[in-house]
Design a protein around this ligand. Structure first.
Ligand code: IVH
Length: 678
């Protein structure tokens, strides 16, 4: 995010330069090539690395300029090095798979006039003016094509270059709500072969929670839900796909056989997708004629604040498939659809102060304290400034009027300063040299952007550690909220996590702030937490890089808190830290984790696997034990209920059956990756 706005300035400057003068024909070719190279670079950053450095509007401006130049100088356009028509998202980590039908992109519009021009084009082309449309929210995630053959999921492929994409079937199989088999009804039988097209995304609430967890652990958050979705599902490593709350929604068709099975309108397609049991868009807006179309887009814009999923626009589609066919497609996008991109909302307000938040690992995060301002339906008073470098780069000064932006995503960000309103006495911000909570001089690692308070006894860090330990995601201790923690730390009764288990009822009552009932409730909650699942305790320790998924792995592998102390450091070096070792030993001594059970992480929970052939390293008994430990079941026969067939050397007829039923076939290495999440 930070980087984005900075680079945005540079790129904007170069866009302006590229746009400035109408070139002579001789220059045109150079300019076209330069623009194409620039666009290709951003395509790589966006699609392959999921790390864009400019926002969508700046990118689209580059594309438009290119289109204008190509129109004005057709010869130069032909002579110049060409640009792939669709940004390629293939990462090199997955086998490629060819789509049965091409996967296109969408033309973009930013203004009402462009929507009206789109409408007028279709009216002219189709020779009628009563055209009916459907307007849908534009989900902001990663495009996916899922193939079902005779109702069975056989493959999930990214858009790639539109012709072939990455086969990410195993990862996509871990997404909640994606059915392995389609439901057939009398009215909606499934086609023999169908490619359903949709978007993998992360719900806004999940995004906010994951980012808060990361920031609390001193890790950098994801810039937006799209990067989180795209980054997660295309990891060679399936590890976090299951734990990051990804979702998928479907809104289109690729190949459909027999062709007669294809619904006749977009609205009926939604009904069919729903009947087949696929997740679909919760609400769509029908419209007839240009005026209604413009109004429907505005309605999506208004409703958008309430959507639980990330959106960056509205997609307009001609409803009747017969008319879609008549309109046809250009090289990169259909002529019958248009994506209207909403402008990011902007507001200007005054920066009253910069405060520092101390995270549980000591990371100091600067926070902008703002004069309250309304933006995209909510009032914003604070926004993260991320880190010291970020403030310096933007030269943000206390008292400045700053621009806030809430783009397709959720987090309001300070994107720049209104220099024309800067007061002459405004001073560059000096990042504190000492922790605001304990006054210990701050440190900064060579390769880190984060500035930290190195004092493990820092009361602010301790409070954060306790909040994390007691949170719902960890030990879920009732009655132990920030106010109570403040008291316990302030009184000096709790200096480390295990001290919670040594609190005395009489002391708590003597405080006089709590009645007997609430004190007993707190103590009962603390007592109960001794028996919590082992992974919750491990997660609660707050070890850097150990989130819920890793904690579950550790708990399963080690079996006990003592085991985690002993074996854990082999995989998680930070666990070897003396402080964590001390805390674990002390937690054991007060009785935490004694009755915990190592939770089944369920990476294969509910999945049925069939084995065939000889695996390279594991015996049948070993592999069965591993699958079961991960919550999966091993079955002897392949059926439509089988999730994966694990094939080794000299496989039997089960391999053939797998192909017949369209069950994905994986090898031992892939299975182990799935289980260990590596
Ligand atoms: S229709 C042939 N509908 O946006 C047209 N796309 O920029 C196929 N997207 O690749 C796309 N929400 O991944 C369509 N309601 C929606 C969408 C949507 C998000 C994505 C999709 C597509 C990209 C084009």
């Amino acid at each position: 995010m930070k980087l984005i706005s900075f680079l945005f300035l540079i790129v904007t400057a170069s866009v302006v330069r590229l746009i400035a003068a109408e070139p002579a024909a001789a220059d045109a070719r150079d300019q076209i090539e330069a623009l194409r190279a620039e666009i290709a670079r951003h395509d790589r950053l966006y699609h392959r690395q999921a790390e864009p450095v400019i926002d969508d509007a700046a990118y689209d401006q580059l594309k438009r300029r290119l289109a204008e130049l190509e129109r004005a100088h057709p010869d130069a356009a032909t002579a110049a090095v060409p640009l792939a028509p669709i940004g390629d998202d293939r990462s090199g980590h997955f086998p490629h798979y060819r789509h049965r039908e091409r996967m296109l992109s969408l033309d973009k519009a930013y203004a009402e006039a462009e929507v009206r021009a789109f409408h007028a084009r279709l009216v002219k082309m189709l020779g009628r003016d009563d055209l009916e449309f459907v307007v849908e929210p534009k989900f902001d995630g990663l495009a996916i094509s899922v193939t079902y053959e005779r109702g069975r999921l056989v493959r999930a492929v990214t858009r790639g270059n539109g012709i072939e994409g990455d086969d990410i079937t195993a990862n996509v199989g871990l997404i909640d709500g994606l059915p392995r088999t389609l439901t057939a009804t009398m009215e909606h039988p499934w086609p023999e072969i169908v490619e359903v097209r949709g978007e993998i995304h992360v719900p806004l609430e999940t995004f906010a929670r994951l980012n808060a967890e990361r920031e609390a652990a001193g890790e950098t958050g994801f810039a937006n839900p799209r990067n989180l979705a795209a980054g997660t599902v295309r990891q060679a490593d399936a590890r976090s796909v299951g734990s990051r709350g990804l979702r998928v929604v479907f809104f289109g068709l690729g190949a459909c056989e027999p062709a007669a099975a294809q619904p006749a309108t977009q609205q009926r397609l939604h009904a069919a997708l729903r009947a087949w049991g696929l997740p679909v868009i919760p609400e769509v807006w029908p419209a007839r004629g240009a005026d209604e179309l413009v109004r429907a887009i505005a309605a999506v814009g208004r409703a958008r604040g309430e959507f639980p999923f990330p959106t960056d626009g509205a997609v307009v589609k001609l409803d009747a498939v017969a008319l879609q066919r008549e309109a046809g497609s250009g090289e990169a996008a259909p002529r019958w659809a248009l994506a209207y991109k909403f402008a990011p909302e902007r507001a200007e307000t005054r920066l009253r102060a910069i405060t520092l938040q101390v995270g549980r690992t000591g990371v100091l995060t600067p926070v902008a304290e703002l004069v309250p301002v309304a933006i995209a339906g909510s009032t914003v008073t604070r926004a993260t400034l991320h880190n010291r470098d970020e403030i310096a780069r933007k030269d943000i000064r206390i008292g400045d009027f700053v621009y806030l932006e809430k783009a397709g995503d959720v987090i309001p960000a300070v994107v720049g300063v209104n220099l024309s309103r800067r007061l002459p006495e405004a001073q560059p911000y000096r990042f504190p040299v000492a922790c605001p909570a304990c006054y210990t001089p701050v440190t900064r690692g060579d390769s880190e952007v984060a500035v930290r308070c190195p004092n493990l006894g820092c009361p602010a860090q301790l409070r954060r550690r306790l909040e994390h330990f007691a949170s719902k995601a960890c030990l879920d201790i009732e009655g132990l909220g920030p106010a109570m923690i403040e008291i316990l730390v302030g009184e000096g009764w709790v200096r480390e996590l295990p001290d919670l288990y040594r609190l005395r009822r009489a002391d708590l009552l003597a405080l006089g702030r709590n009645n007997e009932k609430s004190v007993d409730r707190l103590l009962a909650g603390i007592e109960r937490s001794k028996r919590a699942d082992l992974w919750r305790v491990v997660h609660g320790l707050g070890v850097p890089q150990v989130g819920a998924a890793t904690a579950k792995d550790l708990a399963r592998q080690c079996g006990s808190l003592a085991g985690v102390a002993e074996l854990g450091p082999k995989t998680i070096p930070a666990l070897g830290d003396l402080r964590f070792q001390g805390v674990i030993a002390d937690l054991i001594s007060v009785g935490v984790g004694a009755e915990s059970v190592a939770a089944v992480t369920g990476r294969l929970k509910g999945r049925v696997l069939v084995l065939t052939g000889t695996l390279p390293t594991l015996t049948r008994a070993e592999v069965t034990a591993r699958i079961e430990a991960a919550g999966g079941k091993v079955s002897n026969a392949v059926s439509r209920h089988t999730h994966f067939v694990v094939a080794g050397a000299e496989p039997g007829s089960k391999l053939k059956q797998a192909h017949e039923f369209g069950v994905p076939v994986i090898d031992e290495a892939e299975l182990l990756r799935l289980i260990a999440g590596k």
